[in-house]
Design a protein around this ligand. Structure first.
Ligand code: SF4
Length: 585
């Protein structure tokens, strides 16, 4: 393994993406040339660098075969992800996103499990105009939403309004925004390529030509250098009474510790991560380790110190070993902590093992601590803000409320939407719009579905091995029909082990393993403090309902009082659970 310090500028032996980053000249890469071409797609080098600008190149996998047969190229589509630190946006920003998803996307918005929006289905010629309009009309950026940098910084979406936070005296969403600002790449490439009217000429066919001076002066990024981080890096803020951000899954997690409602310090976790590969035993999900307890003015210092240690010591030869979790395990936790102190220029306080005691989802109506104001949490099925035929009219309903009442809008870590600052006198009218559009809150869905999550997966994600978002409603229907509507449990499904819907930190995680096949994981906990583990290597789609039903029946019959499924399945152990399922141990 080689890291940045060992490689000392020599790229030989490092992964291909390292070369692309190093020679991108500050993330310009081949993007100007690709935008000047009328090809429907970007080249591989641009694709890798474009991630740092907030986008993945995808194609419609549903049509791949028939297009190939017809001699056609893939139906290329870009996904563009925004950055909303702490998930908070204004009504005006929401309405612009709503408008732009029609103008440039596939007519829906996808709320993500990291509190952003994704625009799906954007064709190449509409891609630059979408980024341009988001930035110019709504001050919404996408830089750093993907790529080997700090991604959208998560934070409790109601930290500035919920009664539990009244005495905290620190706006944790503002802290998330501060971290986001300090870790946004400083390159001018984002501005030059997507926003600079003087350097670009737009043509009628959607191509863009740039002047020879499109590339600005190459100044290495102060935090990231020229090679950025070895892999993506996730930061999230929780409190000891609220783990909605799933803090143990973050590369860097912060838990605000409270006493009598007031924040007394911040527990720092490092090395959380979800992804693994089915066929690579050296990869695994990992819960963050407690590494320090610090005060408010040290939070950013220690975050930057951890990022720099990862920048310099993370594995740059093998991207499957490049996340912070592997850096820590390779180095040893004590050595890692010593390095963090060295990079931070001081010894940080010793961790106090502060843990969260709840993982709320904020659904339904709640009084704000500001007099006369309320917020309502809306359940969005798998984050897809769209009007479903004969069913939930998520997009029209939310748009009508936002246009009429101008609430503050928040995206939650469970890919739901919160509308805040609704006056007492408007609550009834807002609820009427919610009802008219069949949008569930804490009412209108079963307990079983309330905490479900699924990633977008097929048809657009290039890494998807199985269905997720399109299939989980069918699975839930089956479990409800089997009598489990009342099960208070966290079930999450992802189309591959990357874990975008945090399948590894759920009580039951279903991880795509091929068409109609899933690995089944159990024994995560309801509070999100530990990762689950594999029970069955592979379950066919048609066996999922009977298999999960058998487990839920046994849990209901055998659990101790108030024992969650995850705790019960951990207590039982895999052998007993397999016996229960009639699988030979
Ligand atoms: Fe794609 Fe896998 Fe992420 Fe799902 S978990 S969106 S399939 S990368």
């Amino acid at each position: 393994m080689a890291n940045l310090i060992e490689s000392n500028g020599d790229l030989e032996g490092l992964s291909g993406v390292e070369t692309f980053k190093a020679r991108s000249g500050g993330l310009y890469s081949t993007l100007p040339e690709d935008l000047a071409s009328d090809a429907p797609n970007f080249c591989e080098e641009s694709v890798q660098i474009m991630k740092h600008h907030g986008s993945y190149q995808q194609d419609n996998r549903d049509t791949r075969k028939e297009r190939k047969k017809a001699g056609l190229d893939k139906d290329y589509r870009m996904m563009l992800r925004t950055k909303f630190p702490g998930g908070r946006i204004t009504a005006e920003q929401y309405l612009l996103c709503d408008e732009l998803c029609d103008k440039y996307g596939q007519g829906d918005l996808r709320a993500t499990s990291r509190q952003c929006f994704q625009f799906h289905g954007v064709i190449k010629k509409d891609f630059r105009p979408l980024i341009y309009d988001l930035n110019k009309l709504a001050k919404i950026t996408t830089i750093g939403a993907c790529g080997d940098v700090v991604r959208n910084t998560m934070g409790n979406p109601v930290a500035d309004i919920d009664a539990k936070y009244k005495d905290c005296s620190v706006d944790l969403i503002a802290m998330a925004q501060k971290v986001s600002t300090a870790t946004t790449p400083t390159t001018k490439s984002y501005y030059d390529i997507w926003l600079n009217d003087e350097k670009a000429t737009l043509h009628d066919d959607g191509t863009v030509s740039f002047g020879a001076d499109v590339r600005g002066e190459e100044t290495p990024d102060e935090l990231y250098g020229i090679q950025y981080l070895p892999r993506k890096f996730k930061v999230g803020f929780a409190t000891d009474f609220d783990n909605s951000v799933d803090v143990y899954t973050q590369d860097l997690g912060v838990i605000a510790a409270t006493e009598d409602g007031k924040i007394i310090g911040y527990e720092i976790l490092a090395g959380g991560g979800l992804g693994f590969a089915h066929t690579n035993a050296k990869t695994y999900p990992r819960a963050g380790s407690h590494i320090a307890f610090v005060q408010e003015d040290e939070v950013l210092e220690i975050i930057l110190a951890v990022i720099k240690v990862q920048r310099d010591y993370g594995d740059r030869t093998d991207r499957k070993q490049a996340r912070l979790k592997y850096t820590i395990d390779n180095m040893g936790l004590d050595t890692f902590i010593a390095r963090v102190h060295e990079y931070g220029g001081k010894p940080f306080g010793v961790a106090r093992n502060v843990k969260p005691t709840a993982q709320p989802d904020y659904l339904g109506w709640n009084k704000q601590f500001q007099d006369g104001l309320n917020y309502v949490g809306l359940w969005i099925e798998n984050g897809r803000i769209k009007d479903f035929d004969g069913s939930h009219q998520f997009r029209s309903g939310i748009r009508k409320i936002v246009e009429t009442y101008k609430p503050s809008v928040r995206v939650t870590p469970h890919h739901n939407i919160i509308l805040a600052n609704i006056k007492d006198e408007d609550v009834e009218a807002v609820q009427a719009i919610i009802d008219e559009h069949k949008i569930p809150t804490d009412k209108g869905i079963s307990t079983l579905r309330r905490l479900e999550m699924a990633c977008p997966s097929l048809p657009l994600c290039a890494l998807a091995q199985s269905e997720a978002e399109r299939y989980i409603p069918t699975l839930m229907d089956g479990l409800e029909a089997a009598g489990h509507s009342d099960a208070k449990i966290i079930i999450r499904m992802t189309g591959c082990p990357n874990g975008c819907a945090r399948s590894s930190s759920s009580e039951i995680g279903l991880v795509g393993k091929g068409p109609g096949r899933y690995a089944l994981h159990v024994a995560g906990d309801y509070l999100g403090t530990r990762m689950n583990k594999q029970l069955l290597k592979m379950v066919k789609e048609e066996e999922l309902v009977p298999t999960i039903s058998t487990l839920l029946d046994a849990w209901k019959a055998q659990r101790n009082e108030d024992e969650y499924f995850g705790d019960w399945s951990l207590r039982m152990g895999n052998d007993a659970l397999l016996e229960l399922l009639g699988v030979e141990v």
